[in-house]
Design a protein around this ligand. Structure first.
Ligand SMILES: [Zn+2]
Ligand SMILES: [Zn+2]
Length: 361
């Protein structure tokens, strides 16, 4: 194994395996301990305990990276994406919601004329380093400089494949507001975002904006960007409801009872954007299999499911097309309306499902 491969493996485990080494570290992300029932001794926690990371488990995952033969983990050819321009965006009608998948879990919404970015990641790699770590399969449909001024950036949690420091720095000046989970604000301020622009959310906290109700809802996951900040900041999902349409954005989550709760409180949803990718038997509590993603969509009372968290970075052991194939099969079995837009394809939550299997090209 080359030196670079070792570095990649170690980073992958730190970043995506959620390695927690020092359990004594106090919260770095939250200045004042929030008085909430999901926060204790400087760390946030899930309602139901997930399998803790142990040194043994981390070593086991490392062993698998070294010994397991992985096939088709990246596309043989670059993925064809649809380019998007500011002119195209500005010509979209202002009386509805438009949705564009930019890559992985990064989504651009046009909400009644306002531009909203969900988990914007524009860097070449989902990694703390620019030279090593999971590299994107294809270009983005649009660059940050080409994007029109952004009204809102919403972040689900601070993992590198959802919170991109370089993107935030570039977006800082052209974005009016940032909505983030409790604790994530301190990194944004450190990176130059004016704190007056940032609103922090605990689970079930709502905000009525001009065009939509926004609610931050639970997921079963974790947070951390280094060795000593495990669960110092909160993680979750977003509900966006306009007078006509409703969208759910999952962030990252294992399958849990919370989806039913969210569905009962805020459903039905015209569109659910649900993580379908980067699953594995070694982290089954904190990421869903495609079959569980379909069940989550049903629990949420979703009408159309668009799978996200796929087709962009290699973050697990499965083939890159596996999420698409399995979510298609599971949707068929369960009579779920699955829509699989290409990156850069513009659609609305109530459009007919896009059934083009672009990953088969
Ligand atoms: Zn995550
Ligand atoms: Zn993720």
């Amino acid at each position: 194994m080359t030196f670079i491969k070792w570095v990649v493996v170690i980073i992958a485990i730190i970043v995506f395996g959620g390695c927690s080494v020092n359990k004594q570290i106090v919260a770095q992300g939250v200045n004042e301990a929030p008085n909430v029932d999901n926060y204790e001794n400087g760390r946030f926690h899930n309602h139901q305990q997930v399998e803790p990371n142990s040194f043994k488990k981390t070593l086991g995952i490392l062993g698998r990276y070294i010994t397991e033969k992985r096939t088709n983990i990246t596309p043989k050819k670059p993925i064809a994406i649809k380019s998007v321009t500011a002119k195209m965006l500005n010509s979209l009608a202002n009386n509805t919601v438009h949705v564009i998948k930019l890559g992985h879990s990064s989504v651009l919404l046009k909400v009644h004329g306002e531009y909203w970015l969900l988990d914007p990641v524009f860097s070449e790699r989902a990694s703390p380093f620019s030279f090593v770590g999971p590299k994107r399969f294809s270009k983005l449909p649009i660059s940050i400089s080409e994007l029109p001024p952004i009204d809102k950036v919403l972040i689900s949690h601070n993992h590198y494949d959802h919170l991109d420091k370089s993107a935030i720095k570039k977006l800082s000046a052209k974005t009016k507001q940032f909505y983030v989970p409790l604790g994530v604000d301190s990194d944004l301020v450190k990176w130059g975002v004016n704190e007056n622009k940032i609103s922090t959310f605990n689970w079930w906290q709502e905000l009525q904006t001009e065009h939509a109700l926004v609610a931050f809802t639970p997921t079963q996951h974790f947070s951390g960007r280094g060795l000593s900040d495990a669960n110092n900041t909160l993680w979750g999902s977003w509900v966006i409801k306009t007078s006509q349409q409703s969208v759910y954005f999952s962030g990252d989550s294992g399958y849990f009872a919370g989806f039913k709760e969210i569905g009962n409180k805020y459903g039905p949803f015209d569109l659910t954007l649900i993580e379908t990718g980067a699953y594995d038997k070694d982290w089954a509590d904190i990421h869903m299999t495609p079959e569980q993603s379909v069940q989550a969509h049903i629990d949420l009372q979703g009408k159309t499911l668009v799978p996200i968290h796929n087709g962009t970075f290699d973050l697990a052991f499965h083939a890159w097309v596996d999420p698409f194939e399995r979510v298609t099969a599971a949707s068929n079995i369960n009579n779920v309306t699955l829509s699989t837009p290409e990156f850069g394809q513009i659609f609305t939550p109530t459009d007919a499902a896009i059934t083009h299997k672009w990953w088969k090209k």
